[in-house]
Ligand binder design. Structure first.
Ligand SMILES: [Zn+2]
Length: 210
């Protein structure tokens, strides 16, 4: 089993390779690896990321088959079925690191800001359910001076939404809460930059660092 800190270091190294255009893709997605994994998996991290086509999780962390347990949903929100997926990986595969991965210029954050500024009555019920989960993070920021600076507002709202998802994951499940206390499970938040390709692990890292 790979412990949380070690898993975090693997992701950081992988992201550095991605940013430097050094990819290890062939050995990690090849036939031999596929056959090796057919009998079982032990992903070393669970990633709850946004569905945005520009943030494919395995690619930005330079990981291959069997490495990551990935959940992707618009706005990297936390809903019951997504918590269930995180619990599943932690219980079944011993995955000890959970990363909420948001990204700069997230469209769901933009849509939520727009919805708060100019409510559209014809918004689909399903999309509305996502916006409703993002809303509290954005609303608090819109009550400040940030409402006059759209770019700064989006930037801060992306991070606030990641932090909210981290909090929600930590407290929304007895199983996860117990694993944090007893088994060294770690839930952290990170932001991927569409511009630089870098992942900034800005939320929930232990003070000693990795
Ligand atoms: Zn997004």
């Amino acid at each position: 089993m790979i412990q949380a800190r070690e898993a975090l270091a693997l992701l950081q190294e992988g992201n550095r390779r991605f940013v430097s255009d050094i990819s290890s893709r062939d050995p990690i997605t090849g036939r031999a690896r596929r056959l090796e994994l057919a009998s079982g998996q032990a992903p070393f991290a669970t990633i709850l990321g946004c569905s945005d086509s520009r943030v494919p999780v395995e690619i930005v962390f330079d990981q291959g088959l069997g490495d990551l347990f990935v959940i992707r949903v618009g706005g990297n929100i936390v809903a019951p079925s997504l918590i269930g997926s995180v619990e599943f990986a932690a219980e079944q595969f011993g995955t000890r690191l959970v990363v909420v991965l948001g990204h700069t210029q997230c469209g769901v954050i933009g849509a939520t800001i727009e919805q708060l500024q100019r409510p559209a009555e014809n918004q689909s019920r399903n999309l509305h359910s996502i916006v409703e989960l993002v809303r509290p993070s954005v609303e608090a920021l819109m009550a400040t001076e940030l409402r006059y600076d759209h770019d700064a507002l989006v930037h801060q709202a992306v991070r606030a939404n990641i932090r909210a998802s981290v909090r929600h994951l930590r407290r929304g499940s007895d199983i996860i809460e117990q694993m944090i206390q007893k088994d060294g499970l770690m839930v952290v938040g990170a932001e991927y930059s569409l511009e630089t390709g870098l992942v900034d692990f800005f939320d929930g890292l232990p003070e000693t660092g990795v």
